[in-house]
Design a protein around this ligand. Sequence first.
Ligand code: PSU
Ligand code: MN
Length: 311
Amino acid sequence: MALADLPRSWLTFSAPVMAAQAAGRPLVALESTIIAHGMPYPDNVRTAREVEAVIRSLGAEPATIAVMRGRIRIGLSDAELEFLGRSGQAQKVSRRDLPAVLANGRLGATTVAGTMICAALAGIEVFVTGGIGGVHRGAQESFDISADLQELARTSVAVVCAGAKSILDIGLTLEYLETHGVPVLSCEQDNFAAFYTRDSGFPADYRLDVPAEQARFIRTKWDLGLAGGVLLSAPVPESAEMSVGEIDALQRQALAEATAQGITGKAITPFVLARIKELSGDRSLATNIALVKHNAAVGARLALALAHTRR
Ligand code: PSU
Ligand code: MN
């Protein structure tokens, strides 16, 4: 094997993904941390399947990415999705964790950063998630800045998200992305989205509502040799949006509890998500599900448009 082919030799493609590749049908990558750590069982598995169905219904093929038995898996079967969502054992896999979980053969759920790396290796240009990680509030003390942001700076994948949660410092997150040359596109509105709510109060860099326009922007960046990701923000549908007052109060309480219990680092996001869900009586979960499905539709349309710009 040529040395350049070595990274790809860690990948195992599912049969439907290989069939889509052979037929020239565009692929959309999906992450697995949202399944293993972002939502409770069985809602997580049901949602994962529904998100895949949205993508298929629009003519693209979903490729949920995870690490299993020492392989990077591009596309999971129904049984594998069930296993991932149910086991409770999956390790959260960002850039630094990928070698460990591949080498030890354990179950790994890839974050935005981890999924971007694997999608790029697999030749997948579009990746749909819920919310990205970012600069945490108080990062000037804690240094807690998600590796997702550095990955967006270096890895050439378009990431569709519903913005970032307001538990993060969204202003600093956008500053960080600007410094690292990551364009932030928005559709359906001018501002960057805030996950549970539509408006973060911060403008995105460019509003592009039409998939063909988004695709032209992204292809132009990569044609110029400007490696790195592009972020596309799509707001949660109005019917599923939470109120700013409600989510602010819930987030403040969840963050205070995390601090009181000494929870730090990569455990913070899953802890806060789970507490917000409990405190909101599952309303936040319904919002989370609605926004991921909406992102799936936006991502599928983008993948189709981007495939037309390939040369
Ligand atoms: N934000 C969410 N839901 C999630 C995550 C973020 O609303 O499930 C996950 C994503 O996988 C993201 C990761 O990449 O958390 C970021 O974690 P950290 O801040 O530890 O980098
Ligand atoms: Mn972190």
